[in-house]
Design a protein around this ligand. Structure first.
Ligand code: AQP
Length: 340
């Protein structure tokens, strides 16, 4: 009997330069998870279209940058499927079907939509319907592969619950067609905050670049950004984890803990009596070392576009093969006539 590993799906939209938040929230687990799961790592380019025009994004470049970062973070194309969402048309096809099983009111409750709508309203921008609908495409991304587990940051938890609801609704009508996925959210590091506004999530599309550490930032920028990061005015200054009253320090602690792979409680013992300026030096030192290694590996992959395109091509073939199976079952059960 062949024992199958559970299926893991994870994606990032190439809507700009990836941040240390994207890495800590999801990518840092990807390499080790390849051992225990059948992993699909997707570059969600169709999702990036919701904001691409506004951000004047060079999508092709951003896709190849993202793919190189996936490889640099330890994803192995011989162990996992790495693919670009738009290369697998089944995502868009299942998206439409799932739209027919989703409710306007449940999408309207999505916190991320409310926040993005508020930002757009303040900037007097028009909001496209894709920004409203994208959680359904995300549900299609996940359900196509009969996914068991989805590692995500805290901001995506609600979308995984929506995915489960849509799958459950469909299954109650037609039988067990979709696997109900679980989200995997770590206790620390699942919501890295902005450096200057530590009550706001760090996001790649933030217009204030000083809020964000990008994975491809140069060392000079990192020093500047961390030195300017907001702390607090507690006297005497003391380093401890308190997300409500010390959001700046707690955020830096979460970043340090994630990239050094050390427990916050252990870090706190080492940081007893350390001044904020000294603490920032430690954070800068650790981030610089971590990013130096990541960027070195990134540069090796990024300069070989032929190799990157080969990885994307082979990944697409494998992902198409898997997704076609689910889509065929869905079409059959709905009575949609196929040609073969
Ligand atoms: N700040 C964060 N802390 C922890 N996890 C985060 N993620 C994003 N930001 C943080 C997680 O990264 C994964 C991929 O996210 P995404 O790029 O597909 O979408 P997003 O959540 O909208 O990310 P951004 O950076 O905020 O992008 P923009 O600015 O384009 O909207 C997800 O699992 C997410 O939780």
């Amino acid at each position: 009997m062949i024992l199958h590993k559970p299926i893991l799906f994870s994606a990032i939209q190439p809507s700009g330069n990836l941040t240390i938040g994207n890495y800590i929230g999801t990518m840092r687990y990807w390499s080790s998870m390849q051992e225990n799961y059948d992993c699909l790592y997707c570059i969600a380019d169709l999702h990036a279209l919701t904001t691409a025009q506004k951000n004047r994004l060079n999508l092709k470049k951003s896709i190849l940058d993202t793919l190189s970062l996936y490889l640099a973070s330890g994803v192995d194309p011989n162990k996992s499927i790495i693919f670009i969402q738009s290369h697998v048309h089944e995502h868009s096809q299942l998206n439409w079907i799932l739209n027919c099983f989703s409710e306007f009111s449940e999408l309207f409750r999505m916190t991320q939509f409310k926040q993005k709508r508020k930002i757009a309203k303040n900037a007097i921008q028009k909001i496209n319907t894709a920004l409203f609908n994208y959680p359904i495409l995300m549900a299609a991304d996940i359900l196509l592969y009969q996914t068991n587990i989805v590692p995500v940051g805290k901001d995506q938890k609600q979308h995984i619950e929506l995915t489960r609801n849509i799958a459950h609704r469909f299954n109650s009508l037609y039988g067990d067609i979709f696997t109900l996925p679980e989200s995997l959210i770590s206790e620390y590091g699942s919501k890295i905050m902005s450096l200057l506004e530590p009550k706001k999530k760090m996001s790649k599309s933030d217009i204030n670049k000083k809020n964000v550490i990008y994975l491809l930032d140069d060392m000079h920028s990192i020093i500047k950004k961390i030195n300017n990061a907001v702390t607090d005015s507690e006297i005497p200054s003391k380093i401890y984890y308190d997300i409500e009253n010390k959001p700046g320090i707690s955020n830096l602690l979460e970043i340090l803990s994630a990239i050094t792979n050390q427990d916050i409680t252990i870090l706190l013992k080492e940081l007893e009596g350390v001044m904020y300026s000294e603490f920032k030096k430690i954070v800068i030192d650790s981030i610089s070392k971590f990013l130096y290694n990541l960027q070195k590996s990134y540069n090796n992959y990024r300069c070989d576009e032929t190799y990157l395109k080969k990885i994307a091509y082979e990944g697409a073939i494998k992902a198409q093969f898997k997704s076609k199976k689910t889509l065929k079952r869905v079409y059959d059960i709905l009575g949609i006539m196929t040609l073969n």
